[in-house]
Write a protein that binds this ligand. Structure first.
Ligand code: HEC
Ligand code: HEC
Length: 359
């Protein structure tokens, strides 16, 4: 009898201590996470040299969805950054004008306003500078600033909308203002409210035990030395292959990344650390778009960036955590665009004979 009572006391005692200890460790884990990551805000941040007014956001939304910014009238920003698909096109590398295949995977536009610069190599300093790129790129929308301005000026509702968005300007319908309006709209494409953000805001129950284990591994193994801050990435540049270069399929030899921007030898194969927000929605992974499974992407990161072999169990735990980074997707009402007029330059479709033959 006495023995049983003793055992019982011991059992209760053990449960009690392990419970309290778990609570303490949980608190430590949360503190550690809070020191490295920040939740996505619910309101767009202030932009340098651009005012995020409701009129600018609305105009930017029209432009984002308007395929008439492309030479073919077939391709809009939303073609490759589909807001119904986490802001991406789910292609290995993007398909643009004339069915041409671009060299890189399309990163998401969601939360991209928080990245230190835009593109895999950071060649655009912000979203305003970025928006001018794809419209002119031959393998994307293949248009010219002059043709875009003529198109917009030929549509009276656009002229009115630019006037409202850029009040007091003598010539509001310009390629520059187009980019500003798109930037203002993109700044609203945020995904707050993910389970991980609830956790960061103090709700210990927002993550399951398995998800917390993944979070702990993500920090303890060193992933967060590069993937940190509000976007779990987007804050710096690192070589892809710090410790060990991945194979030529995943890291094609011809794309030297940031080297093309800085012409500095140490920037060969250096890329912007991508955001891991909503990562489960945006395969395939890496700038080459060669990896479709998140487990494989995580395993490659272990060997290439950290020089460690993560076992299947650890990889799975980290992936479980990464899935808690999916937030509330922006609710965007599809705009009804104003009709073109007789003065609007008509679409030009260059379909290469190869594409027509189904090659
Ligand atoms: C044909 C497909 C295509 C179209 C159309 C397109 N993009 Fe992109 N976008 C890409 C690809 C591919 C990249 C990555 C290119 C690189 O890094 O060199 C990219 C990169 C970006 C980025 C950088 C994100 C980051 O985290 O670095 C933003 C923002 C963006 N595009 C916005 C836009 C906007 C706005 C439009 C319309 C004006 C647009 N894109 C049109 C394919 C496209
Ligand atoms: C030394 C910095 C560094 C470390 C450490 C690191 N990463 Fe990365 N990560 C990068 C860079 C740079 C890329 C972009 C590679 C590319 O495609 O060029 C990347 C890409 C990724 C991608 C693909 C994202 C996308 O949108 O395609 C995932 C997923 C990822 N990392 C997860 C992890 C995980 C999990 C760990 C820890 C096991 C980790 N990373 C450790 C720098 C790092």
């Amino acid at each position: 009898m006495r023995k049983i009572a003793f055992c019982l006391a011991l059992a209760i005692g053990t449960t009690y201590t392990s419970h309290v200890l778990a609570g303490k460790n949980d608190g430590k884990l949360m503190e550690q996470a809070q020191s490295q990551f920040k939740p996505i805000p619910t309101e767009p941040p202030a932009l340098e040299g651009n005012e995020v007014t409701p009129e600018r956001i609305e105009l930017g939304k029209w432009l984002y969805f308007d395929p008439r910014l492309s030479k073919s009238w077939l391709i809009s920003c939303n073609t490759c950054h589909n807001l119904a698909l986490g802001g991406v096109d789910l292609e290995e590398t993007s398909i643009g004008h004339g069915w041409a295949k671009g060299p890189r995977n399309a990163p998401t536009v969601l939360n991209s306003v928080f990245n230190l610069a835009q593109f895999w190599d950071g060649r655009a300093e912000d979203l305003e500078a970025q928006a001018k790129g794809p419209i002119q790129a031959g393998v994307e929308m293949n248009n010219t600033p002059d043709r875009v301005e003529r198109t917009l000026k030929s549509i009276p509702e656009y002229v009115q909308s630019f006037r409202k968005a850029f009040p007091g300007e003598a010539d509001p319908v310009s390629f520059n203002n187009m980019a500003k309006a798109i930037e203002a709209f993109e700044a609203t494409l945020l995904t707050p409210g993910s389970p991980f953000d609830k956790y960061l805001k103090g709700d210990a129950g927002a993550l399951s035990k398995a998800e917390k284990r993944g979070l702990k591994l993500f920090m303890d193994k060193g992933c967060s030395s590069c993937h940190s801050g509000v976007n779990l990435g987007g804050e710096g540049y690192y070589p892809f292959g710090v410790v060990e270069k991945p194979g030529g399929e995943v890291l094609p030899e011809e794309d030297k990344g940031r080297f093309a921007v800085t012409k500095t030898a140490s920037d060969e194969y250096v890329f912007k650390v991508p955001s891991l927000r909503n990562i489960e929605l945006t395969p395939p992974y890496f700038h080459s778009g060669e990896v479709w499974e998140l487990e494989q992407a995580v395993a490659i990161m272990g060997s290439s960036q950290l020089g460690i072999d993560l076992n299947d169990n650890e990889t799975a735990a980290i992936v479980t955590f990464l899935k808690t980074l999916t937030g509330e997707q922006p609710k965007v009402e599809y705009p009804i665009l104003p009709p073109h007029t007789k003065g609007t330059p008509l679409p030009v479709v260059d379909v290469s004979s190869e594409a027509m033959m189904g090659h």
